[in-house]
Design a protein around this ligand. Structure first.
Ligand code: GLN
Length: 470
């Protein structure tokens, strides 16, 4: 009935009393029940709790009565937060993440825990202890990851919008593969308090929505300084919707020559060409720029992300949190070792080992310190590009559309290399968005990147693109 209707339209209908928040929650629950057996986008949902919130919804608030799904690594008071890991199987959260309490304060109804790659490590949604998520556009394909469930749930119209997290592309890449809008704001724009840490200097909460207007609407309620996260920004929060349809006339948009690669699938190149044509037709000027260190970004990202993950995940020791192995000897360390061996999946263990290695005394300078220097160079490339006079940067999201679910011909390294176009924004802390392009086949998005805290400009160009294809 309301499937695939945007937040903005639903909000109108709620205010005009054409529908009630209770009906909306019931409709989402019905869609979840109907579609989840095939898609596995949700690990769990609590309809009773959502109906209770719906009964008290205040429609005078900006998100009054609107259900929003939450990725399984963001804390919702009294609900499980499993990070799709066996390690946190029975863990129930004693508090709300700031992003979730901000949503509640704006009247939204957090509804459903979305599936993901374990601890947000992955690009396909296949590394979940709760089974793979399927792509609603083609169920034989992956939805992308790690916010696999959030993207699939919005694309399938099970929920109008969802929160995800983006450490190296996990909001933008599944958005691109599923045909929805994925926004990763500037590092520090949204509080990370209550987001389970993967790589703290890269992690950022983002949104998955069916259109750009909804991304602006959600972002508005999510932003703002939070004393509980020392990296959250004190910058004033502008009105993101005010100039959303102001167009791109006179804007200079850079296309990095390193991003126009023969390694890109033809669908990706076509999407990029369509975006350039659309932006030029709306009065923007596309110019070639260079990001000379683009090629080194993936290597730098995987060293830094794994190093931080190895430290952040040290807390799961079988004593304080989550899973504890039952058969343990009295040997020192046996409880830790067995609990971690049994509780973590293969990819998480691979990264903990890699991260521990690059931080170890003998290798720190060769790997971790060098990766940090490369990170600074990647960030400097962007600063120089923006100083040269471009206001935004355009590029692909991923080198190819969603792969087949059972494709087994890729090594972990090849999978990591697929993140080439998304990790730079995280290394530099920049805001970036994936916008769907018109496609006859599989969904493919294009990416726009803006200088720090210029989300309003980013959203404006994204809305222009979306509008020109309607
Ligand atoms: N694919 C990347 C990784 O596996 C990004 C993950 C993310 O953004 N959470 O690390």
């Amino acid at each position: 009935m309301f499937a695939k209707t945007s937040l903005s339209v639903l909000r109108r209908k709620l205010i005009d009393r054409q529908i009630s928040p209770t009906e909306l929650v019931q409709e989402c629950a019905r869609r979840m029940q109907e579609l989840n057996p095939a898609l596995n986008a949700f690990i769990s949902w609590d309809t009773e709790r959502a109906l209770q919130a719906a009964a008290q919804a205040d429609m005078s608030l900006p998100l009054g009565g609107l259900p929003i799904a939450i990725k399984d690594n963001i804390c919702c008071l009294g609900e499980p937060v499993r990070c799709a890991s066996r390690m946190l199987d029975n863990f129930v959260t004693p508090y709300d993440a700031t992003s979730v309490s901000n949503l509640r304060a704006a009247g939204a109804i957090p509804f459903g825990r979305t599936n993901m790659d374990e601890f947000a490590m992955g690009s396909a949604g296949k590394n979940s202890a709760y089974g793979v998520t399927r792509n609603p556009a083609d169920e034989e394909r992956v939805p992308g990851g790690s916010s696999s469930g959030s993207a699939a749930a919005v694309a399938a119209g099970m929920i109008p919008a969802a929160l995800g997290s983006d450490t190296g592309g996990s909001v933008r890449q599944p958005a691109s593969h599923c045909g929805v809008v994925g926004l990763k704001p500037t590092y520090g724009r949204i509080s990370r308090y209550g987001l389970v840490a993967f790589a703290s200097s890269l992690d950022q909460i983002g949104t998955l929505t069916s259109c750009v207007d909804d991304a602006a609407l959600l972002l508005q309620s999510l932003c703002g300084h939070d004393a509980m996260d020392s990296t959250s920004s004190l910058k004033p929060v502008p009105n993101f919707s005010a100039d959303l349809h102001g167009g791109v006339r006179g804007m200079r948009i850079g296309l990095p020559k390193e991003y126009v690669s023969s390694g890109n699938a033809s669908e990706v190149q076509n999407a990029l060409n369509a975006a350039m044509a659309a932006l030029e037709a709306q009065g923007a000027e596309i110019c070639e720029i260079s990001l000379p260190h683009a090629e080194a970004a993936v290597a730098s990202y995987y060293i830094i992300a794994c190093a931080e993950a190895s430290s952040n995940l040290a807390r799961y020791d079988g004593v304080r949190y989550g899973y504890r192995a039952s058969e343990v000897s009295n040997a020192p360390g046996d409880l830790y070792a067995r609990s971690r061996t049994e509780g973590f999946g293969e990819e998480v263990k691979r990264r903990i080992i890699l991260g521990t290695y690059v931080l170890s005394g003998g290798y720190y300078d060769a790997y971790y310190a060098r990766a940090q220097r490369v990170r600074a160079l990647v960030a400097r490339d962007f600063t120089q590009a923006f100083e040269s006079g471009v206001q935004l940067i355009l590029g692909p999201v991923a080198p190819a559309p969603a792969p087949k679910l059972h494709a087994t011909d890729m090594t972990p390294l090849q999978i990591y290399l697929e993140d080439i176009y998304t990790v730079p924004a995280n290394l530099a802390g920049l805001p970036a968005i994936s916008v769907p392009t018109p496609q006859s086949g599989l969904p493919v998005g294009v990416q726009l990147l803006a200088p720090h805290f210029e989300e309003a400009r980013l959203l404006r160009a994204a809305a222009t693109l979306e509008q020109s294809w309607k």
